[in-house]
Design a protein around this ligand. Structure first.
Ligand SMILES: [Zn+2]
Length: 236
C-alpha cells in the first residue's frame, strides 16, 4: 500500500494540534477557563448553602412551635396543681412539670445551636455570593479578549480543516478512521515508519510480537503495534 496521502494528512493535521495547543496554553484562555470553573464552583456552593438554610429555618420553626406548646402545657399544669390536695397526685404532676421543663430547656439549647448555624450559613452565603460576583466581573472583563482569541483560533482551524478535507478524499476510509481513532486516543503520530529488521515499534519503542514483526517485510506492508495500536508501515 502507498502511504503518501495518509502521511500528508498526518503532517497537515499536526498544524491543527498546534493551533489547539496554542489556544489552550494562551494566558487569556487559561484565565478565562479557570475563572469559569471557579464561578461554577461558587454557584454549586450557593445552591448547597441555600438548601442548608432552608433546612435550618424549617427545624427552627419546628422548635419554636414545640416550645410554645410546652409552655402552654406548663401553664395548664400549674393551674391544675394549685387545686390539688392529694399529695400523691400532686407529686405526679410535679414530675410531669419537671419533665416538660427539662424538655423545654433542651429545645431552647437546640434552638440556640440552630441560630448559630443559621448565622454561619448566612455568613458563608454572603462570602460565596461576593466571590461569585467577583468572578463574574473578571470573566466579563476578559471575555472580549477571549472571544477574539477564540474566533482567530476558529478561523485558523477552518483553514487547516479545509486542507485536510481535500486530502481525505484520496485516503481509504478504514485507514482514515484508524488514524482518527488513534488521534482520539492521543497516539500521535499514528502512522510510524518501521525500521526494517528492528522488531520494535517506532512509536512506543516496545518490542513487537513475532506475529506483528512477520507482517512487516516488504515495501507497502503495514501492521498494528500490539502494544500501542499505532500503524507501522514500510514505505513502498
Ligand atoms: Zn507501539
Amino acid at each position: 500500500m502507498n502511504f503518501d496521502k495518509i502521511l500528508e494528512y498526518q503532517e497537515v493535521d499536526k498544524k491543527l494540534t498546534l493551533i489547539e495547543q496554542d489556544f489552550f496554553k494562551n494566558e487569556i484562555c487559561v484565565s478565562f477557563v479557570g475563572m469559569q470553573s471557579k464561578l461554577k464552583q461558587a454557584a454549586a456552593k450557593l445552591e448547597k448553602v441555600t438548601t442548608e438554610a432552608a433546612e435550618v429555618t424549617k427545624s427552627e420553626k419546628a422548635y419554636v412551635e414545640r416550645i410554645k406548646n410546652i409552655e402552654s402545657e406548663l401553664l395548664e399544669l400549674e393551674k391544675v396543681i394549685d387545686g390539688i390536695e392529694d399529695l400523691n397526685e400532686a407529686e405526679h404532676y410535679v414530675k410531669m412539670i419537671t419533665n416538660l421543663a427539662k424538655e423545654l430547656e433542651n429545645l431552647e439549647k437546640e434552638l440556640s445551636k440552630d441560630k448559630t448555624k443559621a448565622n454561619d450559613i448566612k455568613k458563608e452565603w454572603g462570602e460565596t455570593m461576593k466571590a461569585g460576583q467577583e468572578f463574574t466581573k473578571k470573566i466579563k472583563a476578559v471575555k472580549p479578549q477571549y472571544d477574539e482569541l477564540f474566533n482567530k483560533t476558529k478561523a485558523d482551524r477552518e483553514v487547516v480543516e479545509k486542507e485536510l478535507k481535500k486530502i481525505e478524499k484520496d485516503i481509504p476510509a478504514d485507514l482514515l478512521n484508524h488514524y482518527k481513532a488513534l488521534k482520539k486516543a492521543k497516539k500521535l503520530p499514528a502512522f510510524v515508519e518501521y525500521v526494517a529488521g528492528s522488531k520494535m515499534c517506532t512509536g512506543c519503542r516496545m518490542e513487537l510480537s513475532q506475529d506483528v514483526a512477520s507482517k512487516l517485510k516488504n515495501p507497502g506492508d503495514m501492521a498494528e503495534c500490539s502494544d500501542c495500536g499505532r500503524i507501522l508501515f514500510i514505505k513502498d
